[in-house]
Write a new protein. Sequence first.
Length: 419
Amino acid sequence: MQNTKTIVVIGGGPSGMMAASTAARENTNSRVILIEKNSILAKKMSITGGGRCNITNICDTETLIKKIQRNPKFLYSSLYTFTSEMIIDILKNTGLDIKVEDNGRVFPVSNNSKDVIGSFKQYLNLKNIDILLNTNVKDILKTTDNKFIIKIENEKINKEIKSDCVIISTGGLSAKVTGSTGDGYRFAKKLGHSLTENFYPSVVPLKIKEKFTSDLQGISFKNVYVKMFLDNKKIFEDNGDIIFTHFGVSGPVILRASAHIAKKLNTTPKIYIDFFPNEKSFDIFLLDIFKNNINKNLKTVLEGITTQRLVEVMFIKEKVDLNLKIRDITKETRLTVVNFFKNLELTVVDTMGFNPAIATAGGVLVKEVNPSNMESKIVNGLYFTGEVLDVDAYTGGYNLQIAFSTGYVAGLSAARSIL
């Protein structure tokens, strides 16, 4: 065992677990050490998809690449090397039942992220993998003999590990409550790598200026149409679900929209919501309803097509008399109602920060990393995976697939480099 080569993976999230398991399988004579600062593996993964874990997306690779907001070309090689079908096959082989939901999103049948994590633990159960939990990496040093010294500490030990390769899979700054504190950035910078100038929360709920949104707190709307403008230029449009909160708006379509303003909040983005996107002429739609309800009041009629609280918000915002009989409504009042439901304007004042964010915009500059194997172009034997890199994508399983793909490629490359 004296000549056994060692690979250290720092970070026990999805990319780190994939890197460790791939390296151990590719080079069975090596020793793989997976270091995690938390008491459990994949803590952040346990809260993804609302606790259900949106594992990946079954869209083709070209479509997936279009969902990546920063540096998509950098990920071509890894995403084509390790596809969504491959991660699904791995998990199925551990006994996990998989289902596909709307827009190609993949979940466990149980709707429980713990089952996905359990499958990964099973996949990690190899003789040549040592898992160190509750363990902090304090420093990484490059030695004169082209090795690494990893200084670690926990309640039981305070020592150094000598390694032939190091894979940094520490994540970014999003979901800080799960231990994402930017350690990987510190390690990368000390080892000579450059970082983006700033880091921003991405795929994150948004704070809204208009106070009436709090009156809709907890109400969700299916398949609304959202447009976002920045400096009067449209930067995003898509259909999806939205939920109003005490601070503003969230939901899948808002999270996607937020990725487009991660670095641009020095100006004021505007959001416009169409609650009835399937009714291209909402005015004609309303006229037809009004004709059949001329003796009813406006409030009763509108509550027949949407929620009571949204109608009440319209009253607060537009000062429309909801007790008006339909037969007494003017064209001007009707068009005010139409504009509210088809073009509700919201002003974005900020994001909700890193804690609720799904991804980090920013990270290790990808120009300093080899896209074909995730190895540093500056330090031989050093690899980066997942969110620590300056890459991020929409919600929908895309960020996890990036983690799996880059983890696989890094683990494979590291293992082969020491054969």
